[in-house]
Write a protein that binds this ligand. Structure first.
Ligand SMILES: [Zn+2]
Length: 427
């Protein structure tokens, strides 16, 4: 492919993470619909069991009127059928347009359940990620793939409103969009805001802290004062909330940058809990933890990630021409001979593992995940992913060993605990 298209799955799967509120099965209705203003409704889906996670809500802003239904995002695989069925009872029941804010698996899998094949739009990179190509590896398009990809912005006249879809480059992912409903002064922002939590920036998909922070500033500067922002997860934000959020982003980035400039290593920064003054922003999930946010900022400000091509590019080239052992050899050779040329971080190697897993290349996937545990033996996440792959391959005993190792490194990991509950029933 022409450009780095890293993607999919940073920690456990390509869920977005994080949401101030998590929910248990017993306390939530899976689908709720709440009227907003004029034609707009807020639909909340509760899913996430597919990610080995406690369930959580995804918010969808819908325009329902004479032209039919326009949706911002389509939600989870686990809620897809029920959501499609529910929409048949809303307005004239015809889903005409879906806008995907980004590719993550709590936003796009619902696409495939709309039987009448609506127009499904997303940024070009979302389209490409879901087309199944990953550097030099080819694959089948995801059934969740949108059918229109665009580059910058669109105006869609629908239900009497000029709805605007706008690209926000390199923020939460490479290809986020937000959708503005000017009549109601409502902005559906996807994961461009994680209310009251550290944000999740998907570094392997070329999300950036600097881009994320700049977009928050644009929301503050470019919109009317009485606008309301609807994030995919959690409560609504106004511009006052956003100013506080922006301050947290700049202060936490500054704190890590100062520590890096003073020569501190990542381990020191984590041990000293440099971000402790902002601990009230810790989210409930691995990707919005203080550790995750610290690691993300560190990767960017120390130059590990900024502008570098993923090591998956040369690794997949070697894999296509040879074997998985050639890919591993290529990684080791490049890291030794050109340590600054590529982004060698664990997240990229992990993504490659998930890409192979998704292509049912089990032996190759297991080799890559195992290699990542050897490269990064202090990372709970790589053991968690290796455990997930072993479980998928049917090796329950080794899956348990690796999940236990992951939990030893991070006793708070909800994914490891959930997986072990399933793998060791009755324990
Ligand atoms: Zn997301």
């Amino acid at each position: 492919m022409n450009r780095p298209m890293v993607a999919l799955i940073f920690f456990v799967g390509s869920w977005c993470s994080a949401f101030g509120q998590t929910h248990t099965k017993d306390t939530l209705t899976p689908i709720t619909i709440q009227p907003l203003k004029n034609n707009l409704h807020l639909i909340t889906l509760v899913g996430g069991s597919e990610f080995n996670m406690p369930r959580f809500g995804t918010n969808i802003v819908a325009s329902v009127g004479p032209d039919g239904i326009l949706l911002v995002d389509a939600g989870f695989a686990t809620t897809g059928q029920a959501f499609a069925d529910t929409l048949k009872t809303l307005g004239n029941g015809k889903v005409r347009i879906v806008l995907n804010t980004h590719y993550h698996d709590d936003h796009t899998p619902g696409n495939r359940f709309f039987a009448d094949r609506p127009t499904i739009l997303a940024h070009r990179s979302t389209y490409e990620v879901l087309s199944g190509n990953f550097f030099h590896l080819t694959g089948d398009p995801s059934p969740n793939r949108p059918n229109v990809g665009f580059d910058d912005s669109l105006i869609i006249e629908f239900n009497g409103e000029q709805i605007q879809a706008v690209y926000a480059p390199h923020c939460h992912t490479q290809g986020d969009i937000y959708v503005y409903f000017p009549n109601e002064k409502i902005v559906a922002v996807g994961d461009l805001i994680f209310p009251d939590e550290f944000p999740y920036v998907d570094l392997p998909d070329s999300g950036t802290v600097v881009g994320y922070t700049a977009q928050i500033k644009r929301f503050i500067d470019d919109f009317p004062d009485d606008v309301t922002f609807f994030p995919s997860h959690g409560r609504t934000y106004n511009k006052t909330d956003l100013r506080v959020y922006h301050q947290m982003l700049t202060e936490t980035t500054g704190a890590v940058r100062t520590a890096v400039a003073a020569g501190k290593t990542l381990d020191q920064i984590l041990q000293e809990k440099v971000l402790a003054p902002w601990e009230k922003w810790i989210g409930g999930f691995p990707t919005t933890s203080m550790e995750a946010w610290t690691r993300t900022i560190y990767a960017e400000v120390s130059g590990l990630t900024a502008g570098k091509v993923s090591v998956c590019d040369p690794m997949t080239e070697a894999l296509v021409k040879g074997t998985v052992q050639d890919a591993i050899r290529r990684y080791n050779e490049l890291k030794a001979s050109q340590p600054d040329a590529y982004d060698y971080s664990e997240a990229h190697v992990n993504v490659l593992g998930y890409q192979l897993l998704g292509r049912q290349r089990m032996a190759d996937a297991l080799a890559i995940f195992k290699f990542n545990t050897e490269l990064f033996p202090g990372s709970w996440n790589v053991f968690d992913s290796y455990g997930e792959a072993l479980a998928a391959a049917g090796d329950t005993a080794q899956a348990i060993v690796n999940y236990e190792k992951s939990l030893e490194l991070n006793p708070g990991s909800p994914t490891g605990a959930e997986a072990l509950k399933r793998l060791r029933p009755g324990k």
